[in-house]
Design a protein around this ligand. Structure first.
Ligand code: ADE
Length: 371
């Protein structure tokens, strides 16, 4: 059977080729959980310094449960998708209250934690505890659709169910490999890479997807399982995985107003329950692309008339399906001193540096600093 050929080859390949990532040096489920949450929507090289900093600041569950939200937001600043950090906090408090402060072992209990879906629960249970729980993310989908020649949109229900089933059969096969090779404590010749086969197998799938079986120009020449790969054998690499129907991107335009009073800047905190909740920003609003009355917009946001507006810069970024343009204007107003406290807070540079800003507004802050 194909699984039997693939599993030992991937384990052997992983033992030789795994990147030395810091969360691979630990079995602490807390540390692995944090890494998996970061890696849900963030690339490895971006997540690395965040993970290191987080683990120094909050080395265990108790420290996280006790931490104050502003500190957590600051540690997460720039990673985006901030619901993740609030879920980490809530989950840590729940584990302290309901699991005696010990990270749960049981897959269903891990899955029940806020912010943990089927993929993340599978990753934590396999990597931290070597349980035969499957994982399926974008990388793994790509590997499996190619190796098994699975056509159709991998996120469509039927195809997706098939892929999860394959991922499960494979990790169970890895578990069997472990049972066959590790019973004797004297068998020193047994290679190390079979000691935690479920963990290492799942990580090998992720790693193959990240390093070899890449979306474009995969490195089939060095792939340990090219011989078993339907896409490679049938020259269908470029057709697999099947493409998703693209959701059309929507353009959105925001304008932000930078007001200064002495050395202080007017900033405000986003409310709970919205995107980027609790993060800081300069007063801003959304405009239609064709709207040109910026002084009226400034007046609506600040509550006072603007004498001059000077464009400081335009920042482009994307969140989910939105292509966002943020124009930042410096405002001079004779009446800045009269801006109502309800519009925000006046804070100096050093205070601003300690607060967590949304990524786009952080860039405005950076530009102000560069002036
Ligand atoms: N992507 C998601 N989880 C990962 C992990 N543990 N190592 C590398 N990349 C990953």
């Amino acid at each position: 059977m194909k699984h039997r050929d693939i599993v030992p080859k991937l384990l052997a390949w992983f033992a030789q080729n795994a990147r030395d990532l810091p969360w691979r040096r630990t079995r602490d489920p807390y540390a692995i959980w944090v890494s998996e949450i970061m890696l849900q929507q963030t690339q490895v090289k971006t997540a690395l310094p965040y993970w290191e900093r987080w683990m120094r600041a909050l080395p265990n569950l108790a420290a996280l449960a006790k931490a104050k939200p502003p500190k957590l937001h600051k540690l997460w600043e720039g990673l985006g998708y901030y619901t993740r950090v609030r879920n980490l906090h809530r989950a840590a408090q729940l584990i302290m209250a309901q699991h005696d402060g010990r990270f749960p072992h049981d897959f269903e209990e891990v899955l029940a934690l806020p912010g943990v879906g089927r993929y993340t629960a599978g990753a934590i249970c396999s990597i931290a505890y070597n349980q035969p729980t499957p994982i399926l993310d974008g990388n793994v989908m790509r590997v499996l659709t190619r190796v098994y020649g699975i056509v159709g949109d991998p996120r469509e229900r039927k195809v997706n169910t098939r892929l999860w089933q394959l991922a499960e059969e494979l990790v169970q096969q890895a578990d069997q490999v472990g049972m066959r090779t590790s019973p004797s404590p004297h068998a020193s010749r047994i290679s190390h890479h079979f000691s935690r086969p479920c963990a290492q197998f799942n990580e090998s799938l992720m790693e193959l997807g990240a390093l070899v079986c890449t979306p474009r120009q995969p490195r089939c020449g060095v792939c340990p399982i090219a011989k078993h790969c339907v896409a490679y054998q049938e020259d269908r690499i470029n057709q697999l995985p099947g493409t998703r129907r693209r959701i059309r991107a929507t353009r959105r335009r925001f304008v932000a107003f930078i007001t200064q009073k002495g050395g202080l800047f007017l900033v405000r905190q986003r409310p709970a329950g919205v995107v980027n909740a609790h993060l800081w920003e300069f007063p801003n609003l959304e405009l239609a692309p064709e709207d040109s009355d910026l002084k009226q917009a400034a007046c609506n946001v600040l509550g006072v008339r603007a004498e001059t507006l000077e464009l400081l810069g335009t920042i482009k970024h994307s969140i989910t399906r939105y292509r966002i343009t943020l124009e930042a204007y410096r405002v001079t107003s004779h009446r800045a001193a009269g801006i109502s406290a309800a519009r925000g807070r006046w804070l100096g540079r050093s205070r601003l540096d300690k607060l967590a800003f949304t990524s786009a507004h952080k860039q405005i802050l950076q530009r102000l600093r560069d002036e």
